[in-house]
Design a protein around this ligand. Structure first.
Ligand code: HEM
Length: 461
């Protein structure tokens, strides 16, 4: 007869693993139209209907979607790390550029080594002591691109600010004349080679070929400038170029010559769309709400009241910080991370098989009432204690999750806080009309449309 103790140690009966539900779609296109319209909303609606696992089809490819806080938390676990890899999604880019590897497409030990090489150059440490220089660059671009009385194209102008800031920090020169080429290159790379939402023959487009050549030229220029001035480089101004070039000399197997252009132009590619889209979303939401605008201006005025700023000062703008966090929740750049299953594994009772293409839709909780009450509202007070809505596990992932979490996060935070505080300090701005509603785009990354314009009413300082 079974005793109570032997009952207790009996293995629980295991339910057989289920197959994820396939979301209905059109022949061949599958769910491509929903994805092209608003991938964040589409993943959210599927999550509500089917739960945290389902399958979708996009242009003939089937993807398993792991969604919600469950998926975000899974990415940070040992099992998640061992079950997911990035390689396949970035291989097209690596081949197209004749490289051996790229940081985003590596996993395991090589990925860790590359992250270690690039960690300092991608962090806010690389701009330490240079905040006032960044302010000066930002001021120059504001004076040039945001004339009083005119409508200014916000996303494009932000792309110039971001690129000039990164260029000055990395190379000491402005890569302004390359901004359009970087933008075109990102568009083609992400649409065709990474997310595969456009056919491969489009790589033959002369506009892409021209832009790619120009980005290569920028990379070659960075290498040449480094090599010419190696002996005189200032150790206090050590940046990603030093780190990558020294690692190449030390360990050419890890970073061969063929990988230098992609590695050195990486910050422009990684930073341009992401930061520019987020800060543009911020500009719209803040100008839409006069109360929030007042609070943002008050932060900016206090920050610059003493003339110069340092790292500690940038921590004293709670309204701007709250609005940046809210812009990243509402206008999430990376609504999902793309991965391949490295092995068969179970996710919440569902069978995922080795080789399956996956979307890990980590941003789904951003739009959920349960975590962010009244989620449609741009509410800059969500993040301060005691509410701190973002701190529930797995609910807030603007920078992704797991091993590939944004390496430029701290640098991006400095760029965003500094750019936005300076813009709202300097300029009195308004939307085209008070009832203007923001148009958004999806490709290459979701965000405000390039058509979004504001009017500069006057100079505040
Ligand atoms: C609002 C600004 C930004 C957002 C929302 C953002 C978001 C992300 C996300 C979601 C990932 C993970 C992709 C994945 O797992 O597949 C990522 C990776 C990365 N980001 Fe950012 N990013 C931002 C700004 C920047 C900036 C300014 C830089 C550098 C200048 C940068 C550098 C990188 C790099 C190097 C990676 C790859 C990390 C790896 O693969 O290990 N990011 N970013």
């Amino acid at each position: 007869m079974a005793t109570a103790a032997s009952e207790a140690i009996k293995e629980p009966v295991k339910e057989p693993l289920k197959e994820p539900v396939m979301v209905k779609g059109l022949p061949y296109l599958g769910n491509a139209l929903d994805m092209a319209k608003d991938p964040g909303r589409f993943f959210y609606e599927c999550y509500r209907k089917y739960g945290p696992v389902f399958k979708i089809k996009v242009m003939g490819n089937t993807y398993t979607v792991l969604a919600g806080s469950e998926a975000a938390n899974f990415m940070g676990t040992r099992e998640g790390r061992d079950s997911l890899r990035s390689k396949e999604f970035w291989q097209g880019l690596v081949d197209e550029w004749g490289a051996a590897r790229t940081l985003t497409g590596e996993d395991g030990e090589t990925h860790q080594k590359l992250r270690a090489v690039m960690r300092h150059g991608y962090s806010k440490e690389s701009v330490k002591g240079r905040y006032n220089e960044l302010v000066e660059i930002t001021d120059k671009v504001i004076a040039r691109d945001w004339p009083v009385g005119q409508l200014a194209p916000v996303v494009q102008n932000m792309q110039y600010i971001v690129t000039e800031q990164l260029g000055a920090m990395l190379t000491g020169t402005s890569p302004r004349e390359y901004v359009k080429d970087i933008r075109t290159t990102i568009l083609y790379i992400l649409n065709i080679l990474v997310t595969r939402q456009r056919p491969k023959w489009m790589l033959k487009d002369p506009r892409y070929k021209y832009a790619k050549n120009r980005v290569s030229e920028l990379g070659r220029r960075m290498i040449a400038e480094y090599e010419a001035g190696k002996a005189d480089r200032d150790p206090a101004r050590r940046n990603l170029v030093d780190d990558v070039m020294e690692a190449h000399a030390r360990d050419p197997d890890l970073i061969p010559r063929s990988d230098l252009i992609l590695s050195l132009t990486g910050p422009f590619v990684a930073g341009l769309d992401t930061v520019a889209n987020t800060v543009s979303g911020f500009v719209y939401a803040v100008l839409k709400d006069p109360e929030v605008l007042k609070r943002v201006q008050a932060d900016a005025d206090a920050l610059y009241s003493k003339g110069s700023i340092d790292e500690a000062d940038l921590r004293t703008i709670p309204n701007i910080d709250g609005a940046i966090m809210e812009a990243m929740r509402v206008y999430t750049i990376a609504v999902a991370q793309m991965r391949t299953a490295t092995r068969d594994f179970a996710f919440l009772g569902h069978q995922i098989r080795a080789g399956e293409l996956l979307y890990v839709a980590t941003a789904v909780p951003h739009y959920m009432e349960e975590y962010f009450p009244n989620p449609e509202k741009f509410d800059i007070d969500r993040y301060a204690k005691p509410r701190a809505e973002h701190l529930k596990p797995g609910v807030y992932s603007p920078y992704g999750r797991g091993t590939h979490t944004c390496l430029g996060k701290t640098l991006a935070e400095v760029q965003m806080a500094l750019t936005l505080s300076r813009l709202f300090y300097k300029l009195d701005m308004e939307l085209e009309s008070p009832d203007y509603v923001l148009e958004t785009k999806v490709l290459p990354t979701p965000g405000p449309s390039m058509k979004f314009k504001i009017r500069v009413k006057g100079i505040r300082h």
